[in-house]
Design a protein around this ligand. Structure first.
Ligand SMILES: [Zn+2]
Length: 308
């Protein structure tokens, strides 16, 4: 049995974002149901040991809100978290690691390009490598994250490259791993070895290729990049000067957007994740939300648990 908990569904900044007065952020300040923390999910095959997919800056708040991730009763120091799998090096995927610095052993699984970013930023040395192992993962090579005693977790994860960009704070700067090579943006196929059940996780994806379509076709469940509704929505709303594409994210709407591109692929359950507070689909009852829902997409509340 594969258990998945949505710890947070929002993109960088969360909902509401601290310095934002857009219509969604304004509404979220008076409607707690609209609040959302930054994107991350937790997965477990046995219900006792959990792995995080990305560690958001809101991790501490997410752990408090998630009983499955609380220390075991009767233990003075304990965490059910056995590891963190990173799919990119963005701040909203890695900053939460700094909230896991209190000496509990776990393993960070990430592509060498993302590990090189952690290594180049000495603040992450607060996670002593004696306690917190850093395990490189490869594109197109499945791995099974381990439990703290070294035994297999029962979860098989296949990382694959998806269209995307390296972290935006590296834009115009030298990437610590050099400019060539895939691995800055990964999608994951996450499966339960015992039952064969699986799902896909793509919190960042700049476009849907034919190869990606055939990969996702027939999947029981996908979590997919829902950053913006329209590619130019940040510019149109006066919130910024970047397009979705400029940030490495596909739009939900439009001929080449996620809704249209992933239609008719016989995907069991489609859930948007990493949704920016500028995205009007966050507002229940908005025309954009209705279009997404009519096309079979869900916008999850933080804390949603799914069992496969
Ligand atoms: Zn906002």
């Amino acid at each position: 049995m594969l258990r998945v908990v949505v710890l947070g569904a929002a993109a960088g900044g969360g909902v509401p974002q601290w310095n934002c007065g857009c219509s969604v952020c304004l509404a979220a300040r008076t409607d707690p149901q609209l609040e959302s923390t930054q994107a991350s999910i937790a997965i477990s095959a046995d219900g006792d040991h959990w792995f995080l997919i990305n560690a958001s800056p809101d991790l501490r708040q997410q752990l408090i809100a998630t009983p499955q991730l609380h220390p075991k009763a009767g233990r003075l120091r304990h965490s059910p978290i056995s590891g963190v799998i990173l799919t990119n090096g963005e701040i909203d995927a890695v900053a939460g690691l700094l909230s896991m610095r209190e000496g509990w052993p776990f393993t960070i699984y990430a592509h060498a390009r993302v590990l090189s970013i952690l290594k180049a930023n000495s603040i992450f040395n607060v996670l002593n490598e004696k306690n917190v192992r850093r395990q490189p993962i490869e594109v197109n090579e499945a791995f099974e994250p381990a439990l703290p005693d070294g035994s297999p977790s029962g979860i098989e994860i296949l990382p694959f490259a998806v269209p995307g960009k390296s972290a935006w704070y590296l834009e115009g700067k030298a990437h610590p791993a050099g400019e060539i090579g895939l691995g800055d943006t990964l999608g994951l196929r996450i499966g339960d070895k015992a039952t064969g059940k699986y799902f896909y996780f793509l919190a960042a994806c700049a476009g849907v290729t034919d190869e990606l379509k055939s990969r996702l076709a027939g999947a029981p469940l996908i979590f997919f990049d829902g950053t913006v509704w329209r590619d130019d929505e940040l510019i149109a709303a006066g919130l910024g000067n970047k397009t979705g594409q400029g940030m490495g994210h596909i739009a939900m709407s439009g001929d080449t957007g996620a809704i249209e591109s992933l239609a008719g692929l016989d995907i069991g359950r489609k859930i948007f994740l990493h949704i920016n507070n500028s995205n009007p689909a966050l507002l229940r009852g908005s025309p954009e939300r209705r279009i997404a829902e009519r096309a079979g997409w869900q916008i999850p509340a933080d804390g949603t648990e799914i069992v496969l």
